[in-house]
Design a protein around this ligand. Structure first.
Ligand code: SF4
Length: 365
């Protein structure tokens, strides 16, 4: 049998396990924005039997970044006259008194960059400007911010710093443990941390599997959860072609060298101990919060927005009175509608498609 035929047979077997499941009710939480999007795009929700609920948790870095961070960035741009360098998604996240896009339209200097190193290059090319990079992301993207600090230090740049809201996922796994029966752990994050991190959670009663991103990988991961759900707390690495037990020591070394853990606020989850990363003391000159005096920010959301509840798995976008009405991807009211990986944005993109039937050829081809 060819490798393609073998893979197809495995996928079909996994799909049969999923669709024929008639066991106890199960809540499965994905904590990866790419999983959220791919599950919709592939139409996997439409395959789930009654009693299996897929919950989108705090897996989108833009979504979990609190409003106060946007307010801090707006303060730096408006009151301190710095040039902000940011990924495009953050531009449209509403802050208490408007978004960064609003600030830019009012004259603030805000540059879109594609990598943290672009921000370093911008600072080097514009020595008369104070440049602050808005650094958000989980273990997958934070190493690139570490490289930015490394390069800025090597170039002895004195006009570059980071406003950091980077986060690590392990505290979120613990915080959300009562919201689900099993996790679909994020493949990209686990490629850095290693499978050992989620595996260790079984000793605390937390179950889950690491999943990849293809239809076959996601179906296999779901099938494993359904098969193992009645057993003791379990962990299975269903993405072994990318995730090793040890992960990436080189990436973790970058994080440990250039960042230090701090308590951090997550939208909807509150402050989680030691879940944030800011520039390490040895690189304090690259920490925007040390370089500038930023007063405490209000961090106020639209009171009708339910992003916090959605990120906790307590409701779905359909429960938000603004969903699809005043809140759309063109005019987002909350962070979950901004990024392509946000839960509200995914629901909106695949609305009216029977829980996203587009892409089903991936399951049947
Ligand atoms: S639909 Fe918009 S306002 Fe409602 S929870 Fe989602 S992002 Fe917030």
């Amino acid at each position: 049998m060819s490798a393609v035929a073998q893979a197809r047979r495995a996928r079909d077997a996994a799909r049969e396990i999923v669709t024929s499941y008639r066991g106890p009710r199960l809540r499965i939480m994905e904590v990866c924005g790419t999983h959220t999007h791919e599950i919709f795009r592939l139409g996997l929700r439409a395959l789930l039997p009654p009693g299996i609920e897929l919950i989108s948790g705090p897996g989108c870095p833009v979504c979990v970044t609190p409003v106060s961070f946007i307010d801090e960035a707006c303060y730096l741009a408006r009151e301190c006259g710095v040039t902000l360098c940011t990924f495009g998604d953050l531009l449209r996240v509403p802050g208490t008194a408007g978004s960064l896009a609003d600030a830019r339209s009012q004259g603030a200097r805000v540059e879109i960059v594609y990598t943290p190193l672009d921000a370093v290059a911008y600072a080097a090319a514009h020595p008369a400007e104070e440049v602050v990079f808005l650094s958000v992301g989980f273990e997958t993207t934070t190493p690139a911010s570490a490289l930015a600090i490394k390069k800025a230090a090597a170039q002895a740049l004195t006009n570059f710093s980071l406003l950091a809201a980077n986060k690590t996922m392990d505290a979120a796994y613990l915080a959300m443990r009562d919201s689900c029966d099993a996790y679909l752990y994020p493949g990209h994050v686990c490629a850095i941390t290693g499978a050992r991190v989620p595996r260790a959670l079984t000793s605390r009663g937390i179950s889950g599997v690491v999943a990849g991103f293809t239809a076959s990988e996601l179906l296999t991961a779901l099938a494993v959860i359904l098969r193992r759900s009645s057993a003791a707390p379990f962990f299975v690495n269903c993405y072994p072609r990318v995730v090793t037990e040890e992960g990436s020591p080189a990436a973790r070394q970058l994080l440990e060298t250039y960042f230090t853990p701090v308590d951090a606020e997550w939208r909807g989850l509150g402050v989680l101990p030691q879940s944030g990363l800011v520039p390490a003391p040895a690189y304090a000159e690259f920490d925007a919060r040390r370089r500038y005096t930023i007063p405490p920010q209000e961090g106020r959301t639209n009171p009708a927005c339910r992003c916090g509840d959605i990120l906790r798995g307590a409701c779905t976008p359909a429960d938000c009175p603004l969903y699809g009405k005043t809140c759309t991807p063109e005019h987002p009211v909350g962070a979950c509608m901004v990024s392509r990986e946000g839960t509200c944005a995914a629901w909106y993109q695949y609305r009216g498609t029977s829980a996203a039937s587009s892409g089903k050829e991936d399951l049947h081809g």
